[in-house]
Ligand binder design. Structure first.
Ligand code: NDP
Ligand code: GDR
Length: 371
């Protein structure tokens, strides 16, 4: 039975990847951070009581900032595959915590690679690094491929650039099977609530249920190549099953703006929006409502506004990937479109909003946490 170790198992990708590897018969080990409250919601459905015999899903406390912890875990587990998905993954937050982001995202990657090498596992353990389209930043070429030059635009992206190159370096220097997946944005109902797609689907669902009056956003002109996390974790596994380690762009090859994602999400709950104004004065007004499940808004209501708080010191305006290499060498293609993904996310968040609304009607106050 193959053993995999996943850092970031409690995150969006970690949870989908753990499901996939369990389906494939792996013994799956994951590193979770110690927190003052439970933080395993995304993997609770696959959690197995450690007392159960032959359990194939095991969680260990750990942290990417802790060398001794990582080295001990790798030594004990002797994994065939390590997926380094753990990171301070929020671009805007990285401007506020640049040093911590570097420690976790850059040095954390080095700590894992060095532990594998130090333990003499460089010929046994295959390594996957969660690299990112943020490396392209101020884009030099459209669409972006594996050979497009990098120009990172945030402390997050700069830290991930170190992680990218140290992964390549350990492959070249020590012959390690180490790969970079250069993944473009990918989302799902399990996406963290402060990333823009999930923030939008959650707010639109709350607005439709009368739980929240308005969605505040930053740069709505931003263009992203959005795929579904389920499609992308499949590719993470495929990358470690090749004869030779290599780096791949994973993207859909299509892009839309943040504004269009808002429009698409609103349409899912029967709200037609019209955008007007520019820059910080841009608003979206309801111009039509439809459907059996009438949303709690009426034509003329302004339900989207700009809050400059969400602007970034340096922005990545446009990202569009070309996944031709992944298609040619691995036969990978995304199966879920951005429209299907958006519908799934809104349906999920609407279900949650309806539960909250029901509780409110029955006198139980539910606080809807926001940024
Ligand atoms: P999430 O933010 O959902 O998950 C990040 C995970 O990392 C969580 O499990 C988090 O733990 C863990 N983590 C954070 N800090 C530490 C630390 N100091 N030590 C150990 N673990 C830590 O990210 P995604 O699942 O969306 O992304 C997975 C990886 O892929 C990340 O590295 C991200 O940067 C990268 N990436 C993501 C893309 C995307 O569009 N989703 C695109 C390209 C790359 P906790 O639950 O406790 O917070
Ligand atoms: P990104 O994702 O920065 O691309 O990083 P995010 O969803 O945070 O932002 C996408 C774009 O939307 C704009 N935006 C807003 N973003 C947020 N979070 N909140 C807002 O209110 C808002 N309004 C507009 C942003 O400015 C940006 O242009 C994600 C993360 O998952 C990274 O870890 C990963 O590496 C990259 O995707 C690929």
């Amino acid at each position: 039975m193959k053993k995999a170790l996943i850092t970031g198992i409690t995150g969006q990708d970690g949870s989908y990847l753990a499901e996939l590897l369990l389906e494939k018969g792996y013994e799956v080990h994951g590193i979770k951070r110690r927190a003052s409250s439970f933080n395993t919601q995304r993997v609770d459905h696959i959690y197995e009581d450690p007392h159960v015999e032959n359990s194939r899903f095991k969680l260990h406390y750990g942290d990417l900032t802790d060398t001794s912890n990582l080295t001990r875990l790798i030594s004990e587990i002797q994994p065939d595959e390590v997926y380094n998905l753990g990171a301070q993954s929020h671009v805007a937050v990285s401007f506020e915590s640049p040093e911590y982001t570097a420690d976790v995202d850059a040095t954390g990657t080095l700590r894992l690679l060095e532990a594998i090498r130090f333990l003499g596992l460089e010929k046994k353990t295959r390594f996957y690094q969660a690299s990112t389209s943020e490396l392209y930043g101020l884009v030099q070429e459209i669409p972006q491929t594996e050979t497009t030059p990098f120009h990172p635009r945030s402390p997050y992206a700069v830290a991930k650039m170190y992680a990218y190159w140290i992964t390549v370096n350990y492959r070249e220097a020590y012959g390690m099977y180490a790969c970079n997946g250069i993944l473009f944005n990918h989302e799902s109902p399990r996406r963290g609530e402060t990333f823009v797609t999930r923030k939008i689907t959650r707010s639109i669902a709350n607005i439709a249920q009368g739980l929240e009056p308005c969605l505040f956003l930053g740069n709505m002109d931003s263009l992203r190549d959005w795929g579904h996390a389920k499609d992308y974790v499949r590719m993470q596994w495929m990358m470690l099953q090749q004869e030779e380690a290599d780096d791949f762009v994973i993207a859909t090859g299509k892009q839309i703006s943040v504004r269009d994602f808002v429009r698409m999400s609103a349409a899912e709950v029967g709200i037609e929006l019209e955008f007007s104004g520019e820059g910080v004065d841009e608003i979206a007004t309801v111009v039509g409502v439809s459907g059996d499940d009438a949303p709690a808004v009426k034509p003329g209501d302004v339900i989207v506004r700009v809050d400059p708080r969400y602007f970034r010191p340096a922005e990545v305006e446009t990202l569009l990937g070309n996944p031709a290499k992944a298609k040619a060498k691995l036969g990978w293609e995304p199966e879920i479109s951005v429209e299907e993904m958006c519908a799934e996310m809104v349906a999920h968040d609407l279900d949650q909003a309806k539960r909250h609304a029901l509780l409110e009607v029955n006198g139980h106050h539910v606080s809807v946490t926001k940024e």
